[in-house]
Design a protein around this ligand. Structure first.
Ligand code: PAF
Length: 281
């Protein structure tokens, strides 16, 4: 895998790839790769000849009191895992490379959708995400970019940004990868103690409870939310931030639940904030 930290070198290599007719895919990450990220790399490989993985812990998307300093990092391990999954180029810029002025004067913002779900509890977070993703799109100019379904609201916002601002690329959203106990893969799972890990598995069980109710014919959003909530409330050590049923395009609650609607959850297990979601089938 070619490791690059600087913008000029990145652009030079990618121009050569494109001049030779190569199709470039981008997988944006904050590193500390797990099986979920690697499945995004595998998906990217299927859509392109040349896969770029970016690893950048983006300060713009962390609020005061969040885990920016603590966020796990291991670039050496990431490079090896990336290579094993067909990544051609690892772009790991420094903060000074991404934000030479220390900050940006311009922000990409989507006030409506950003204010829902997680946005209510993480003000500014999605402006930070959209701004860095727009920068990465302009740096890499990929033909396709791959994101994970686990970050439902992020995926919705990025699709909207690409459509609204005419970025010339396809957005591909890959399914959530879970541990055997159902816990969605996340770099933040390393924060969980063994007993908290058991509590964290209640997120998946609560999504399954809502799905079971939907399969049994329940269509009232409040009843599906209540089915999920009952599981979470029965689990000691889990404190609910939200449980909502939403249309995955608008993040608005539907009048009646339909297939494809998303049951989205955010909880705290101890200090650790966990999110998960499930598209009703
Ligand atoms: O999903 C993430 O890891 C981040 O939000 C992203 C998309 C890499 C932007 O920093």
């Amino acid at each position: 895998v070619i490791a690059v930290n600087e913008v000029a070198e990145l652009r030079r290599i990618l121009d050569e790839v494109r001049d030779a007719g190569g199709r470039v895919a981008l997988v944006p990450t904050m590193g500390y790769l797990h099986a979920g990220h690697l499945s995004l790399c595998d998906a990217a490989r299927r859509h392109a000849d040349f896969v770029v993985l970016s690893v950048f812990v983006n300060p713009l998307q962390f609020g005061g009191g969040e885990d920016l300093e603590q966020y796990p990092r291991d670039l050496g391990r990431d490079a090896k895992a990336a290579m094993d999954h067909g990544v051609n180029l690892l772009f790991a810029p420094s903060t000074a490379t991404m934000y030479p002025q220390g900050d940006t004067v311009t922000r990409v913002t989507a006030p409506g959708i950003s204010g829902r779900l997680c946005g209510r509890y993480r003000p500014g977070h999605f402006d930070g995400v959209l701004t860095v993703v727009a920068k990465l799109f302009n740096l890499v100019s990929p033909a396709v970019a791959v994101f994970g379904q686990k970050d439902l609201q992020q995926a919705t916002l990025i699709r909207s940004m690409v459509r609204d601002l005419d970025f010339r690329l396809d957005v591909h959203v890959a399914p959530t990868v879970r541990e055997p106990d159902g816990v969605a893969m996340s770099s933040r799972n390393v924060y969980l103690q063994p007993d908290q890990r058991v509590a964290a598995s209640s997120l998946y069980r609560s999504l399954q409870a809502a799905q079971a109710a939907f399969t049994a014919g329940e269509r009232a959003p409040a009843a599906l939310v209540a089915a999920a909530q009952a599981i979470l409330e029965g689990e000691s050590g889990v404190s609910i931030q939200y449980v909502e049923l939403v249309d995955p395009e608008t993040l608005e609650p539907p009048m009646q639940a339909r297939r494809g609607d998303a049951l989205a959850i955010a909880v705290h297990v101890g200090e650790t904030r966990l999110i998960d979601n499930h598209l009703l089938e």
